[in-house]
Design a protein around this ligand. Sequence first.
Ligand code: P53
Length: 475
Amino acid sequence: MGFPQGFLWGGAVAAHQLEGGWQEGGKGVSIADVMTAGRHGVPREITDGVIANKNYPNHEAIDFYHHYKEDIALMGEMGFKCFRTSIAWTRIFPNGDEEVPNEAGLKFYDDLFDEMHKYNIEPVITLSHFEMPYHLVTKYGGWRNRKLIDLFVKFAVCVFTRYKDKVKYWITFNEINNQSELNVPFTAFTNSGVLYTAAEDKKAVMYQVAHHEFVASAKAVIEGHNINPDFKIGSMLSLQPVYPFSCDPDDQMKQLEEMHKRFFFSDVHCRGHYPAYAIKEWENKGYNIEINDDDLDILAQGTIDFLAFSYYKSSAISSNPKLTKDIDGGFGQGTDNPFLKQSEWGWQIDPVGLRYTLDILSERYELPLMVVENGIGLHEYKNAQGVFADDSRIDYFAAHIKEMQKAIDEDGVDLWGYCTWAPIDLVSAGTGEMEKRYGFIYVDKDNKGNGNLSREKKKSFYWYKKVIASNGSDL
Ligand code: P53
């Protein structure tokens, strides 16, 4: 009973949310570099290039680019077995369409991975985490252009080859399913560098974009296995489960439709073909998704080795429009769940939902899983003793880890690892805030960018260290 030996305990971040150094070492401008700071209820603005005097929180972030040795040492001190980050595509191919990679960028990740290995920390590396080259947006229209497949595969092959002896676990796209939410520009832009025009059918474009990404992901899987057969290559979904608001059968059907918006992506990644419900939708709506002759073979050959997902919250949906409203700052639609409490940002806290999600994914795909993000954003201040006593974070993690253990022990889920989001405070993706804090490590920086960037351990730092040392038994 308990977590398996070799279970990968760790934490997850993304390059654009912590590195900073946005113009250092030859790095190009990424899509994250043209997003301003928002806050809860106030969306981030996507600007037309970088505009003087706007607040772009990712430009400096927490300056991990210069602090990584100190930060990795702290992860080592907590006993991390793995650390998930991404490779900023713009450090390797600053514009995305160069022929030759940027050596300074490649060297940075060599040094970073070497630093992790000093502490026996296994890198888990995402290729595309909301930070593609901005040039690919302005020149090609982002992933709506088929040309992106080759540019992405070139990037993937370059880093697979370079780091083949340093990195074993790879993830192609982060939260690829976010773009199924069409209400806000954020999702299509961060996933795919796509800005919809008023005239087009967003959903039809989204399916075309996703097709290009599926082919690119599958090609990366195939190429990666050729480069090193030991690679484990996965994809990654945001899997916030949706519950029916009531036992009304119409609510149940509405819930199924909502879950299809998520499963569509994992169905293709895991099974290597399009699900019938999607093909029917295309037929019924007259969508003509352009699919080249060998694309379907590539999808079939390039299925993933494991499925990774983020889990923060659950939501509920009703078939009654009167009960339906915007949730999560407009990212989705749903109803309040009267059984759950919400975080300060309106995210419904639901540890049992993590077990439920592990179970449905495991039953649907019979593949190994990895929880690569789980955490809670909090406003945080020192207490009278001068300590960041983040007990509510500890409670959140303890409850989720207990449910994860049940999924392993009672439901037979094959789970490889668990990464908290995020071990260190960083820039929020959704809002651009620094003060939506997630870390075991506090970073002295506020929403306006003030602070000296010093790092300080919170109470949860010592707690997580104990959890890892006991392989999850001492919560
Ligand atoms: P933040 C919601 C909105 C935006 C990104 O989110 C999200 C989600 C949750 O599904 O996804 C992930 O920073 C993402 C991370 C992000 C984290 O959730 O908005 O992979 O980049 O930081 C937390 O609080």
